[in-house]
Design a protein around this ligand. Structure first.
Ligand SMILES: [Cu+2]
Length: 461
């Protein structure tokens, strides 16, 4: 068995990785959407946010966002509806495309303009009424190369949305819980115009957030996709037994295996693939979290988020475009090129920033897949009101914590009440890593609270 594993690992390291299927059964969009000049519509209204004059997104992905980045693909027709939200005179100009709207003069007035995004890159939209651009009415349009269909089929999004986690378990007695996991190897988007050969649980990084309660019997069925190049397995830190289950789940491509364990101790635990070379499987994306809730669950909060940190050791330096592979030498000497939250550059900034409202209490389930680097997890501009250190639920949470140390294969649970609107930033406070992709946004909206912080001297309202 060990010999077989070594052989497979060697073959993989030598580059014998067949092209992973670009499109799975869960992604029908690529084949069904082949329109040549699709129109993408955005609606923005003028308004005031935090004392600045701005555009505010209406509907869809940009709902409520201030000066939202408008993402389109090359060749699309971009239609922008502009609504006067507050009464001053406004318009919108995209200089590089020679496109401009009419002015909207009265509150509620609207206008529409359109252009074909025939050049890729980042372009600015702004209000040309004197002084308005300087006052804050400016945002970006990003035109990405390739049609939308081509983009999606060539580089699937492997990011796990941080809001994609099951709700708390209501009070119930222990029961048997069945968990189905599929190990899938696929080439996914690592950064703009950069792809990487990921290995995943259920096609995302991290894998799905699993939620059981203490005393549950957990039956795990692990299926390894038919087109996988290598064996995969799963080791649950929440389990007690050989390899955390990995000994019973080494699974060949196209096969399935099952292991059952009892969730003995509450806590938030990492799970990961444990097929040699284990560091290789982890760096490629094979990790996730399982929460074993205590009896009665955790205290209620307004929102929960799921974030994991990992490193990628690509052959080419950080920022290089094109297809990237794992570099064995860099992996064993612990010299990563990328540090990431939820699997790719921009996962929690551009694609899925965390969003909440003033007055809410949020909880972040945070884990480190690694495989090698400890995170000094911190949210710039916030204080953790409560921290379950090491994700231990056996002791009361610590209060008033600025930064939490989370080792590879470890986790933490942090909670904070949001007192003031603004943009906050999730980081590893080893901040050089922010230059290699590691950052997330927490966008808090709601009424201003100058008492908590305001610019200028004390005494101003
Ligand atoms: Cu694996």
């Amino acid at each position: 068995m060990v010999l077989v594993l070594r052989l497979v690992a060697l073959l993989v390291l030598a580059g014998f990785v067949p092209e992973a299927r670009a499109q799975g059964p869960g992604d029908p969009s690529a084949s069904s959407r082949v329109a040549v000049h699709p129109t993408t519509v955005f609606t923005l209204r003028s308004g005031i946010a935090q004392g600045r004059m701005v555009y505010i997104g209406v509907g869809g992905d940009i709902e409520g966002r201030v000066n939202p980045e408008l993402m389109v693909h090359e060749g699309e027709t971009v239609q922008i509806n502009l609504i006067n939200g507050e009464g001053a005179e406004h318009d919108m100009v995209v200089d590089q495309y020679g496109a401009r709207s009419e002015r909207v003069v009265r509150p509620g007035a609207g206008t529409t303009f359109a252009f074909v995004a025939d050049r890729t890159g980042e372009f600015v939209y702004f209000c040309s009424v004197a002084g308005h651009r300087e006052a804050g009415m400016e945002g970006r349009i990003r035109v990405m190369p390739g049609g939308r269909a081509a983009m999606q089929s060539s580089a699937p999004d492997i990011v796990r949305d941080p809001t994609n986690l099951p709700p708390p378990i209501r009070a119930r007695p222990p029961q048997t819980v069945r968990i189905d996991l599929e190990t899938v190897e696929l080439r996914g988007r690592l950064a703009d115009r950069t792809t990487y050969s990921y290995w995943t649980f259920d096609r995302t990084v991290p894998g799905p957030f699993l939620r059981v309660r203490v005393g549950d019997t957990v039956e795990v069925r692990l299926k390894n996709a038919t087109d996988s190049a290598t064996l995969h397995s799963v080791d649950f830190h929440a389990a007690t037994g050989p390899g955390g289950g990995a000994e019973f789940t080494q699974t060949e491509p196209g096969k399935e295996s099952t292991v059952t364990f009892k969730a003995l101790i509450p806590g938030l635990y990492v799970y990961h693939c444990a097929t040699p070379m284990v560091a290789h499987h982890i760096t490629n994306g094979m990790y996730g979290l399982i929460l074993v809730e205590p009896e009665g669950g955790l205290p209620q909060v307004d929102r929960e988020f799921y974030v994991m940190q990992g490193e990628i050791y690509s052959t080419r330096p950080f920022g290089t475009q094109g297809d990237q592979e794992m570099d064995y030498e860099k992996l064993v000497s612990e010299r990563p090129e990328y540090f990431l939250f939820n699997g790719s550059v921009g996962a929690l900034t551009r694609s899925h920033p965390l969003r909440a409202r003033v007055g809410e209490t949020i909880r972040i389930f945070f884990g480190v897949g690694g495989p090698n680097f400890t995170s000094s997890f911190h949210v710039i501009g916030e204080i953790f009101d409560r921290v379950y250190r090491d994700a231990s639920l056996g002791v009361p949470p610590a209060t008033g914590v600025q930064t939490v140390s989370v080792p590879p294969g470890g986790a933490t649970i942090v909670e904070m009440k949001l007192d003031r609107p603004g943009h906050y930033t999730l980081v590893d406070h080893a901040l050089s890593r922010a230059e290699r992709g590691l950052a997330g946004h927490l966008i808090v909206e709601g009424p201003d609270n100058d008492e908590v912080m305001h610019p200028g001297p004390a005494g101003r309202p």
